[in-house]
Design a protein around this ligand. Structure first.
Ligand code: SAM
Length: 279
């Protein structure tokens, strides 16, 4: 892909991060499934509809949407990550009514007014110019179409992501707690609902609704959660930078996670926005 608008994210999702997500996808899908399903319930896909799944990653939600629209419908998963699209295409092999497109959703020239609905599970917070991206997506929606996406609220509402770093800081209090730039592309880029509304209003959407949804989620059992935390998020880097404290940090993270073990596996609080709008 030569598109320059999101060059940094294209590089990011095609290098180590894309490979890690592709490798851990089953575990990450397990973790994110119910949050995405709350978004799909809100979208209420109908038989025969054409739906665009933005930032579809390895395709779990595209497959779910394809099942909902049935053989007369069509789901297109769009993503910039070759490793994740490869997983998605393998999963959907031989299935009718689903296709994947390697493209930047911010700039791709979608057929105007061609989709009944646009959906995303955690795939819309990475645009360099989110207003331009949503204006581009709005053009692809039929006039009576609808948009639904799921995005993270603040780290404080998402203990499953924040907990490993909170625990690491009990061992290394000086560990920088650099709060991410709240407007920078990244997982928490849409945590501020006022910003989300501003972006969607600016892109021409109407009837914007932003609803909180909370659920305790997990990436399997304690060991699986611990190993996922080491691969996805800042904990791995902290351990590499502090070789003398690795055992202590790991023990603190394990102890913190243990609090959230249930008979069904880890269940740690997570909080998202379910956002809906009309073109
Ligand atoms: C956090 S992952 C979520 C993936 C998937 N929706 C899921 O829930 O498993 C974010 C996804 O957005 C994709 N993405 C980021 N920027 C994009 C863009 N400009 N156009 C299309 N996809 C993008 C990434 O490649 C990545 O697959």
């Amino acid at each position: 892909m030569t598109d320059a608008a999101n060059a940094a994210q294209i590089a990011y999702w095609n290098a180590a991060t894309g490979d890690t997500w592709a490798e851990l996808q089953e575990r990450l899908d397990h973790q994110l499934k119910t949050l995405g399903e709350q978004g799909i319930r809100t979208l209420a896909p109908q038989a025969g509809e054409r739906i665009l799944d933005v930032g579809c990653g390895a395709g779990q939600t595209s497959l779910q949407l394809a099942e909902a629209v049935g053989p007369t419908g069509m789901v297109t998963g769009v993503d910039i990550s070759q490793p994740l699209l490869a997983v998605a295409r393998t999963r959907a092999a031989g299935q009718a009514g689903i296709q994947f497109l390697e493209a930047d959703a911010q700039t791709f020239d979608f057929e105007p007014a061609s989709y009944d609905a646009i959906y995303s599970r955690f795939g819309v917070m990475f645009f360099a110019d989110p207003t331009a991206a949503f204006a581009n997506l709005r053009k692809a929606l039929k006039p009576e179409g609808r948009l639904t996406f799921v995005c993270w609220r603040a780290p404080a509402d998402n203990l499953f992501m924040a907990l490993p770093m909170i625990a690491a800081r009990t061992v290394l209090p000086e560990t920088a707690s650099t709060a991410p730039d709240p407007e920078a592309p990244g997982p928490f880029g849409f945590a501020n609902p006022d910003r989300v509304r501003r972006i969607l209003d600016g892109a021409g959407f109407r009837d914007v609704q932003i609803t909180p949804y909370d659920e305790a989620i997990g990436a399997g059992d304690l060991e699986q959660s611990l190993s996922t935390s080491l691969r996805v998020g800042p904990l791995g880097g902290i351990l590499r930078d502090n070789p003398d404290h690795q055992d202590q940090i790991l023990a603190a993270v394990r102890a913190a996670l243990e609090t959230y073990v249930t008979p069904e596996g880890m269940r740690v609080p997570a909080g998202v926005w379910i956002v809906t709008a009309r073109p």
